[in-house]
Design a protein around this ligand. Sequence first.
Ligand code: ZN
Length: 147
Amino acid sequence: MDDLRELYQELILDHNQNPHNYGEMDDPTATADGFNPLCGDRLTLYLRMSDEVVEDIKFVGSGCAISKASASIMTTLLKGKTRKEAITLFEMFHKMVTTGELPEGDLGKLAVLSGVYKYPARVKCAVLAWHTSKNALEGKESVAKTE
Ligand code: ZN
């Protein structure tokens, strides 16, 4: 359990108490909701695209430390990325948290979440924000579920 405790501590210190890009957005071009029934994590994601670039991204919600920290780290990474780059990051992240394999390229602080793969129930917490932002990026309006 030490790994998980360390993981939590790092995440909580970094992003849970003062999440980045937390709050509502007045003029989003897309929004999406996400819900992880297994843990009870909920979030609403706001996206503002300028052509094909993520100009701004914010979220609000309630959930466990991992879901919040993952959303916080994700928003800092996706800002300024193109739609295509954002989807590629989603795929890299998804692979990392389900296999534990660190992807090539720079996932920066996301790597802190790589240990999550050992705890399948927590993987859903970590990917919730990503599924939700993928829906927003693809213009889907349905609620992203982690099931
Ligand atoms: Zn959770």
